[in-house]
Write a protein that binds this ligand. Structure first.
Ligand SMILES: [Zn+2]
Length: 382
């Protein structure tokens, strides 16, 4: 077993040395920090994701880097916090908290590079300040405002319908965050959007039911923004749609996660659901999520049965700490439909009826859930 792991690591290391499709971008990223100090970062594009050089990040935040060339393990120390990651692996640790990057750190001509999301998604947890990226103008702004995990974002939601059951469907990823990628160039962000739109259209004109999408186009949103969107709508359900990816090609099938504060996803599990575990749980705060676990579990089982009904296989639903969702005042479910890294799953995804049959299964699950809630005394006037 250990030698298999070593071989895999070696393979990833070799992949890291030879990175195809790497192009230096002509325009660097301008960085504005709170002291109005202006610097710039060189941007590289690797497999359509934007990367920056770790040594420039270190310089920007006055940190130190220690790289072990044999294992690919890199430790960056910034403001007393230790960020530890391994080349080509999505997971990283900040002190003892685990985080996940959509695109893993890599090596280009001997230089360690990290995805731009390292700056916007990881560094705020390290320096405790907001960092925002203006894609269009290529400006990265390090803000004075303290970084807060689950609120403070100015997200506009449509006015909630005053009556009826309000379902928020959340297509995972978007914009520069493409999510998982298949070898044939399928992006998770596009599949999730297609399914969300299809579910919405399947549920259009159902009585007392209103379906909203957190994003209806290819734009980037943080998890906190998605939760804020759902909260402002006073939703009765937040259903996040994702696709999975694993360094092991053998991982396959669906995974269904119920938002719960009872446990965090442990190491050794698949990384994709951890995308929601980026932020720190707020110590001592009793999670709202707990109230909704029984309802969420009911829906999770329903989704599992209906996905099986269309011929998919997968695991029993699990409770997971979907961080940033810990303030969510409604049932929260995350479905990882299939693995973009698994050849058999990819064949299923490529079928012409795939999007429609998955969407139908999800739409039917939502209708069953609404009936279940009404049975339990939910009034559509609420
Ligand atoms: Zn995802």
């Amino acid at each position: 077993m250990k030698s298999v792991i070593r071989c895999t690591i070696l393979l990833f290391l070799l992949m890291g040395l030879v990175v195809p499709n790497t192009t230096a971008e002509t325009l660097p990223l301008k960085v504005f920090s709170e002291e109005d100090k202006i610097t710039s970062l060189e941007v590289l594009e690797i497999r359509e994701a934007k990367y920056v050089l770790l040594k420039e990040v270190r310089e920007l935040f006055s940190g130190t880097i220690k790289s072990e060339h044999l294992t690919g393990r890199t430790t960056v120390t910034i403001m007393g916090k230790r960020i530890v990651f391994t080349l080509n692996q999505h997971r990283l640790m900040i002190d003892n908290e685990e985080y996940v990057l959509s695109n893993p750190p890599a090596s280009v001509s001997g230089d360690v590079v990290v995805p731009v999301e390292f700056l916007t998604g990881i560094m705020p947890h390290v320096i405790g300040k907001q960092i925002t990226l203006d894609q269009k103008n290529r400006v990265l702004q390090i803000r004075r405002e303290p970084f807060v995990d689950s609120n403070g974002s100015e997200i506009s939601s449509p006015e909630p319908a005053s009556t009826g059951f309000r379902v928020i469907i959340d297509p995972g990823h978007g914009g520069y965050d493409v999510g998982a990628k298949s070898k044939v160039g399928l992006f998770e962000k596009s599949l999730t959007l297609q399914i969300a739109q299809q579910v919405k259209s399947l549920l259009a004109e159902k009585q007392d039911l209103h379906v909203y999408l957190t994003r209806g186009e290819d734009n980037h949103m943080t998890t906190a923004e998605r939760v804020t969107f759902a909260s402002k709508l006073h939703g009765h359900l937040l259903l996040s749609v994702h696709f999975n990816s694993s360094p092991s090609q053998r991982s396959s099938g669906f995974r269904i996660y119920v938002n719960s504060n009872r446990m965090r996803l442990g190491t050794g599990m698949d990384l994709e659901a951890d995308i929601f575990s980026r932020s720190h749980p707020v110590a001592g705060k009793l999670s709202e999520a707990k109230r909704f676990i029984p309802q969420s579990k009911w829906l999770a089982r329903e989704i599992k049965d209906r996905l099986k009904g269309i011929g998919l296989t997968g695991e029993e639903p699990k409770e997971a700490f979907l961080a940033d969702m810990d303030n969510l005042s409604m049932p929260g479910i995350l479905v990882e439909v299939l693995y973009l890294s698994n050849p058999q799953d990819l064949m299923i995804i490529s079928r012409p009826d795939f999007i429609n049959s998955v969407s139908q299964a999800l739409a039917d699950s939502i209708l069953a859930f609404k009936a279940f809630m009404e049975d339990k005394g939910f009034r559509s006037a609420g």
